[in-house]
Ligand binder design. Sequence first.
Ligand code: ADP
Ligand code: MG
Length: 584
Amino acid sequence: SGGLRATFEARGYTAWDPTSPAFIKDEVLCIPTAFISYTGEALDKKTPLLRSQVALANQAKRVLALFGKKATSVITTVGPEQEYFLVKEEDFQKRPDLVLTGRTLFGCAPAKGQELEEHYFGAIRPTVNAFMKEVDDELWKLGVPAKTKHNEVAPAQHELAPIFEQGSLAIDDNLLAMEKLKLLATHHGLACLQHEKPFDYVNGSGKHNNWSVCADGKNLLEPGANPSENLQFLVFLAALIAAVDKHADLLRVSVSSAGNDHRLGANEAPPAIVSVFLGDELDEVVEGLINDEAVAAHGKTRMDLGVPMLPDVLQDTTDRNRTSPFAFTGNKFEFRMPGSAENLSDANTILNTAVAKELKQFVADVEGAADFECAAAAWVKKTLNDHRRVIFNGNGYSEAWEAEAARRGLPNRKCTPDAMVALKEEKNISLMEEFGVLTKTEMLSRYEVEMEHYSKIINIEARTMLKIASKQLIPAATSYMGEVASTAAAKTAAVEGISTKSEAKLLTALSKYTDEMSDATDALKAVTDKVSALDDETAKAHAFHDEVLPAMDTLRAAADAAEELVDEDYWPLPCYSRMLFYTE
Ligand code: ADP
Ligand code: MG
């Protein structure tokens, strides 16, 4: 409870969430619920999420009223794209690191990774196809609108995307989908990995949060044929840009975890810097507004493919940007930072509340103006101008952007312990309190919970490494050296003066790496014992990041070097190429 309750204080309450349909799973009636403590604090992720949806709906209705529209229902819409890996269950079982931590803590680079992209563009394998079909059937029975299925960039990586729904419902359904993906994989001799980074050397998995706001069935982020003249759209767009700029630190918190730290900023996922991609058309609109220049509507152009049998293709008014953390994709924003293991509630809670705040500000600024349209247009212009620093349409993976973002003053918090501090900052606490989404006490307890959780994850990973190194890898290297040494001795006994050069080379190198493994094991044990004994959760999480993670890296480097040399019949962990490139 992050200090909200003492260990012996156990009373809490659940309240049914009637907006999320109950369902029957394994012959048990399941009812989505909120969970609060005896003292009234939210202990779950659903309660603040629902509160944020109410806040956003209320403010959006006030904005729409100024445009002369009386909306009866305003909802956020969310479509989460779930990425995951599938490996053979027998390999999974032989990997204590995968079983206990969800990711491989050891494993040398495979000869081939994702560079040919033939998995991405290739056929779905029959076993995987059978699995995907069963997942669809089971999810549809539960009312989850599972739809798109495809292979992803990394070998053995796949994706499932549902049809978007009302935000909190989409999140409940995503949690159900994650559960079913894991469970049903076993029916096909597979294990479903949902960790953000199960394998080094190939991409990790994300969960893109496609997000929009919908009033009585109308998407408020639909720009229409001429966005520069669609004032209502521009108000929502400007509010969103301001929200992302002002609360980039909280959005960063919402996607921070020990697992996702391996993705963000590692040239495969958006960087830890939060920025907004608008695309050519909207960028022109924004620049035009800021500089008082007229902007012509684009309209889609036809592309003739030069083949009479093929239809013309309608070209969109803007390209897509796969490196942007927060990208406009035509009529919704795609928040691309969340990791595959994330519960998307935090991200949406923050997004909804931050946007509610800007919409409220809009109403306060223009309400009662003599000329509403004039005042609204001026507000849009000023807001866009104030927050244009967060707009970035270029390559988010480049080093140049990191430097440019620093010049623009955008935060770049690279690891979870650095990011979490935003939960304690006054600006953020007052945002959450203003809309009744989270109290200061709830925010501070969440900070404690997150920091403690981070430390626990790294502690488990470090101790799993120690066990694997001591009980499996060092013994494997030692036995193999024994065999090579006996072979060399036997050769020499059989043929006087025979060369034992290859055995000597191998023994010398392997002995060196085994010594390094042994030393690194001692060092990792010492530092993990020291850090896990710390009392203060802040100091502990930082120490796990600063001291334990590097010690884990050193041990892995020695073990991976040994793996390159040891006969694979001796090496107890299935290697990367075996796990990533199975054929059925
Ligand atoms: P891509 O991989 O090209 O980004 P996908 O089809 O995999 O596209 O995923 C897009 C997701 O966005 C789907 O879940 C889709 O239902 C969702 N989506 C579409 N329109 C909206 C909207 N207005 N609000 C929220 N989500 C949306
Ligand atoms: Mg997709």
